[in-house]
Design a protein around this ligand. Structure first.
Ligand SMILES: [Zn+2]
Length: 468
């Protein structure tokens, strides 16, 4: 381009025939130099900013964004690695003093001795190196693909560094007393990242297409699994958006971290979740209005084959009288484990007339559950014992008045029997009132970030509350 411009310049003055050849040449050279300067100036001004350039969080949230997350991820992948300082012309004296660095990629069946030998270095220090301390064992167990950097002076190893994983190196320095070996860990930077997509087939393959890895997808299932059955409920055209942490080194993604906020729209119904660590240090996911994502109660206490008797009025199979059935009967194989449907406390455990072996749990002030006809009760539960949701509290049987193995399950609210299949279950521990304003503010910020979509954002540590 510059040459063309010079041509043009030269042709721009064809009528000035009086100017001597020397002056014309001088003008051409000066013009050329000016053009070079101008081109340099322009290129510096318009040099594209790199994809990993930090974008301050304070940026207005209605900022227009056009890139898609996949473009973003591609852009990040194309990020040039930080430039290795150019080993420019070191003079020989300096080289004698500081030595030379060589980088080696460990090959299959490589040992330290082999590598030293290959590089023409003395293999004498190898024994000393690999017996220095526990960390040095890595040097005796090199793995193909590892990067070994060696500084040597006059064919003697002075220093080496072995990359064990991103940000984790083993470094050895020669001292008067031999080699000093230590592991160094560079903390990975955290970066905010975003991914969004639409369900085409499974969540797994749809997520993978937009750069969400297995870690993030497993988290999504864990967060929303209480509201959405990922095997049955998810439909094509359902959408998901995820704001998550990435762990980076020198701007390159090393691994994905925790989901900070996410949304799934399932059959038109949006579910949102925000990660929050409360003052006592517990990290959980909440809906933006401050309720736990998990339900307080499992819907069913046993893996049943069928419901053999519903809640309500019925002709009792053994007593042959119309009686109110106070619970639901779940037919299940003899010995199938029965789970506590919520965290709680045992209020009764033992035999209770026609109910046979039974256990009753109290959950907070208002709720209680009752499990009957059990074949066996765990020996470690007493009245007053605490139980966790999902804990096995007995095994299906047919003790008491029962014809076939089944679990009789009752659900009471304020002492009144309710149908366990239809009762509206309380949501798990909403955020404490004292922490609610802080949570709501945090949730708003996270949902705003989620809405900034199609965006990959680098944030300096401390710019947003991480709640680790
Ligand atoms: Zn029953």
């Amino acid at each position: 381009m510059s040459l063309m411009m010079v041509d043009y310049k030269a042709k721009a003055k064809p009528n000035e025939t009086s100017i001597s050849m020397a002056r014309r040449t001088l003008y051409a050279v000066l013009g050329f130099m000016a053009l070079i300067c101008f081109a340099l100036f322009i290129s510096l001004r318009t040099a594209p900013t790199t994809a990993s350039m930090p974008i301050p969080l304070q940026q207005p949230v209605d900022a227009e964004v056009h890139t898609t997350s996949t473009e973003w991820l591609a852009a990040v992948d194309d990020d040039p690695l930080p430039h290795q300082a150019a080993q420019s012309t070191e003079d020989e004296a300096a080289e004698k003093e500081t030595g030379v660095w060589q980088n080696v990629t460990v090959q299959r069946a490589d040992t330290l001795s082999r590598i030293f030998h290959r590089l023409g270095l003395s293999t004498k220090p190898v024994r000393n190196l690999i017996t220095t301390n526990a960390s040095a064992k890595h040097l005796d167990n090199l793995k193909p693909g590892q990067i070994l950097k060696i500084r040597s002076i006059d064919h003697q190893v002075a220093e080496l560094s072995l990359t064990l994983s991103a940000g984790h190196t083993l470094e050895a320095h020669k001292t008067d007393a031999g080699f000093e070996v230590q592991e160094k860990i560079i903390p990975l930077e955290k970066r905010l990242a975003f991914g969004k997509g639409e369900i085409r087939d499974s969540l797994f393959s749809s997520g993978k297409r937009v750069g969400l890895d297995q870690n993030l997808l497993a988290q999504l299932v864990e967060i929303f699994g209480w509201n959405i059955d990922f095997a049955l409920d998810l439909k094509p055209h359902d959408t998901f958006r995820v704001l998550y942490e990435e762990k980076c080194l020198d701007g390159a993604r090393i691994k994905t971290g925790a989901i900070l906020a996410a949304e799934i729209v399932n059959r038109g119904k949006p579910y949102q979740a925000v990660r929050y660590t409360d003052r006592s240090g517990h990290t959980r996911y909440f809906s933006p209005d401050g309720y736990g994502m998990h339900q307080a109660f499992l819907r069913t206490p046993v893996n049943f084959t069928r419901i053999s008797s519903h809640f309500g009025l019925r002709n009792h199979p053994i007593l042959h009288k119309m009686r109110q059935h106070q619970g639901v009967d779940y037919a299940a194989p003899h010995g199938a484990p029965v789970q506590a449907t919520a965290d709680g406390k045992v209020v009764f455990v033992g035999s209770r007339g026609g109910y046979g072996k039974a256990i009753e749990l109290q959950h907070g002030a208002r709720y209680s559950t009752f499990y009957a006809h059990l074949s066996r009760l765990p020996g470690n539960l007493r009245a007053g014992s605490a139980v966790k949701q999902g804990q096995v509290i007995g095994f299906v049987g047919r003790t008491g008045l029962a014809t076939n193995p089944h679990l009789h399950y009752e659900f009471r609210v304020d002492g009144i029997h309710r149908n366990p299949l239809t009762v509206s279950l309380p949501r798990k521990s909403p955020i404490a009132d004292s922490q609610k304003p802080q949570f709501i503010a945090h949730a708003k910020k996270m949902i705003k970030l989620l809405n900034m979509h199609e965006y990959k954002i680098s944030v300096a540590a401390g710019d947003y509350p991480l709640h680790e």
